[in-house]
Design a protein around this ligand. Structure first.
Ligand SMILES: [Zn+2]
Length: 227
């Protein structure tokens, strides 16, 4: 049995291609539950929460609370600590989030490399598009064709992506590809850059001294999730 001080084991890092998991309820507080292990990612680092269900109950909210993840279900869920449950996530949505997330990671690194020093002031990864906001006094549009071309070259090279802990106890993670320094990130990452597909960049005007790059990727089917 797990003790009261242990937090949910986050299997979405170990295997981000997993869409179903059998585990047990760890704690229940009204409509909120925690699990012994999870694959259902909660909003952080700008990557949106997964959609999915726990024991057949739709997850209404997935929320990080320190290192714990709390899932809000319908108030009549009836689950008790120790109950066996299956977690299922909306895998096509998660896969799109991973593709857009990694497209955004690469664009950000390329922006730092070609336009630095430049400050990122926000980022958000949704299932239809990603965006990164910068403090920048010029129109960034002129740089987008070169950035898109450089990003696409990394996709075409189909580089393996390393994702690992820099500090396992503190749950600090990083990713790395060839020719880039390690980048700290607690999101879920693809195995190879080729999975991103065709990237498109657009500039949005979001006010004086700020520039937004909007990132989209082409439509393609998700591969089979791992069992
Ligand atoms: Zn990341």
């Amino acid at each position: 049995m797990r003790s009261g001080t242990e937090v949910t084991r986050k299997l979405f890092w170990q295997d981000p291609y997993r869409a179903r998991l059998e585990t047990r309820v760890a704690s229940v507080a009204g409509d909120q539950v925690t699990l012994q292990e999870t694959i259902l990612y909660a909003l952080s680092g700008g990557q949106e929460s997964d959609h999915g269900s726990i024991g057949g109950h739709p997850v209404l909210e997935a929320r990080k609370d320190g290192r714990e993840i709390r899932y809000r279900l319908d108030p009549g869920h009836g689950l008790e600590p120790g109950d066996a449950v299956a977690i299922e996530i909306d895998w096509p949505r998660r896969y799109r989030l991973m593709r857009l997330h990694f497209a955004a990671e690469i664009v950000l690194e390329l922006v730092y490399r070609s336009l630095g020093p430049i400050r990122k002031i926000g980022a958000h990864i949704a299932a239809d598009k990603a965006r990164i906001d910068f403090e920048w006094s010029e129109n960034i549009a002129a740089h987008l064709p070169a950035l898109a071309q450089a990003a696409q070259a990394i996709v075409e090279a189909d580089r393996p992506i390393t994702s690992a802990y820099s500090d396992e106890a503190a749950e600090r993670r990083y990713w790395q590809i060839a020719d880039f320094d390690p980048v700290p990130c607690g999101g879920t990452h693809l195995k190879r850059t080729g999975e991103i597909g065709r990237i498109e960049l657009k500039r949005r005007n979001i006010g004086k001294g700020k520039e937004r790059i909007e990132i989209t990727v082409d439509e393609r089917a998700a591969p089979a999730a791992s069992a």
